[in-house]
Ligand binder design. Structure first.
Ligand code: BG6
Length: 487
């Protein structure tokens, strides 16, 4: 990899994301020698800090990273602070532009600029507009906009936001973050599928019975009640992360591994999603909300008792659903998804369940054969496991397992480290294209509208620490399947 140069401007530099993910990721890139000497960063925040205060803050945010104090001191020299209240119309971006121009000549940055919006989504549009109006995007180098989720609240608001961004940045210059696309094993889906001779021929409705994607969390809503009340699990996890995983699993092989080719295959398969009719939502999707319960021996409150959450909240903290595709490869194969908070395990995994062999020759010794499973473990363990029927001291099935790491990798800087580096080098493959975002919103909007129309009568309907409401099991049972346990 070549070393990256340019000016990174982080809006929201005093915020949580910058502290937990962005600074540690930048530091790792720095330590790996991936930032050239022509790199600098401006942290932008509302607080009246100065550069010294920001440096101190960054130093603290990388306290747990490897490396000695001198290295860390050298690293924080690359940062500058600029105070700007983006909520005020009259705020001046001119001084920011002057600082950017000064750093440009000081570090010989060749006018390359990456604007990273790590802040409340209501400001995404206006910041992009001001960046252009106040001349920050007039630059001889590249200009790119990295934008955090949520990208809109539904299709209509996402379209409006997109239209506004597109007045200042072209689609090629917009990098919509979906941090799941930075995860090692999510990136590995394409490798597993397209670099191995034995999966791709079986990867269709002739051989696959169903595919299950489970992403469970043990944490509750924490201090994000205000955001989550307006979001819920469908918007928070399904519309983005889960739909991205589904599209990587279901897409056709691209003709080459270029950004455009991969994205166009993902878009194509999302277009093939069988739309759900307004009055059929209950046949395909179920929702849940956590009640109080016991987690690791400790009693935890129900969702409705959390901060900034309404006593009669209709917000779902759990979703399970069945997606179908109307195309030759997948017709008839359900893709089951489930995700939720306050569940018994923290885990993300994909299970590909193959169809049964045509008949059981072993019925005398084995009552029933187990279906072959390919399990892709995304977190906490990373790897793949194949479940096979074989004779092993009289016992079946056996598992062929390749699990690479066991340590905690949840939402770790590694995903951000990759994505930041990709944005710097102009590789948008692992970011969501507008067409993908639009199609997923259109798909989930039908579901959220139905759920808003008809508030759930039985919330809370699963205790904390369980694996969700029974309706999630019934969803598969009526097709003759069951969820494979998370590992
Ligand atoms: C975020 C959601 O996008 O993903 C959070 O907003 C969720 O609610 C998080 O907790 C899960 O990410 P990870 O990497 O921990 O699985």
């Amino acid at each position: 990899f070549t070393k990256q140069s340019g000016l990174l401007m982080i809006f929201g530099a005093t915020g949580d994301l910058a502290q937990r993910k962005l600074f540690p990721s930048l530091y790792r890139l720095y330590k790996k020698g991936r930032l050239s000497e022509n790199f600098a960063c401006i942290g932008i925040g509302r607080r009246e800090w100065d550069t010294e205060r920001l440096k101190q803050h960054i130093f603290e945010s990388i306290a747990n990273e490897q490396g000695n104090t001198e290295e860390k001191q050298e690293f924080i020299k690359l940062f500058y602070y600029h105070s700007l209240d983006v909520s005020q119309k009259e705020s001046s971006y001119h001084e920011l532009r002057e600082l950017a121009d000064t750093l440009d000549s000081q570090y010989d940055l060749k006018g390359n600029r990456l604007f990273y919006l790590a802040m409340a989504p209501e400001y995404f549009g206006s910041i992009a507009t001001r960046l252009k109006e106040d001349g920050l995007t007039e630059t001889p180098g590249y200009k790119r906009l990295v934008i955090e989720k949520p990208f809109g609240h539904d299709f209509e608001s996402a379209r409006q936001l997109n239209d506004q961004l597109r007045k200042s940045f072209s689609e090629d210059e917009i990098y919509r973050i979906d941090h799941y696309l930075g995860k090692e094993m999510v990136q590995n889906i394409e490798v597993i599928r397209f670099a191995n001779a034995f999966f791709e021929p079986l990867w269709n409705n002739h051989y696959i019975a169903n595919i299950q994607i489970t992403s469970t969390e043990t944490l509750g809503v924490e201090d994000r009640g205000r955001y989550y009340e307006n979001s819920g699990a469908l918007r928070d996890m399904v519309q983005n992360h889960i739909m991205q995983i589904v599209s990587l699993l279901a897409m056709e092989p691209p003709i080459k591994l270029s950004t455009d080719e991969i994205r166009s295959e993902k878009v194509k398969v999302l277009r093939a999603l069988k739309p759900i009719k307004d009055d059929e939502v209950d046949n395909y999707f179920v929702r849940g909300q956590y009640g109080a319960g016991e987690m690791n021996g400790e009693l935890v409150p129900s969702y409705r008792e959390e901060n900034m959450v309404a006593d009669d909240s209709n917000t779902e903290t759990f979703v399970a659903g069945k997606l179908l595709f109307d195309n030759f490869r997948w017709a008839g194969v359900p893709f089951y998804i489930r995700t939720g908070k306050r569940l018994g395990e923290k885990s993300t995994q994909i299970v590909v369940q193959f169809k049964d062999v045509p008949m059981n020759l072993f019925y005398r010794t084995e009552e029933k054969l187990n279906p072959n499973l390919l399990v892709i473990n995304i977190q906490p363990e990373e790897g793949i496991t194949l479940h096979l029927n074989a004779k092993k001291g009289g016992k079946t099935p056996v598992q062929l397992s390749f699990l690479t790491s066991k340590y905690d990798r949840f939402n770790t800087p590694e995903a951000y480290e990759r994505l930041l580096f990709d944005a710097m080098r102009g590789d948008a493959t692992n970011f969501s294209h507008w067409d993908e975002v639009a199609l997923s919103w259109k798909y989930t909007d039908v579901i959220s509208r139905a759920w808003e129309r008809e508030p759930a009568a039985n919330f809370p309907n699963y205790p904390s620490g369980s694996m969700g409401p029974v309706t999630a099991d019934e969803l598969l049972a009526k097709d003759g399947f069951h969820w494979w346990p998370v590992i």
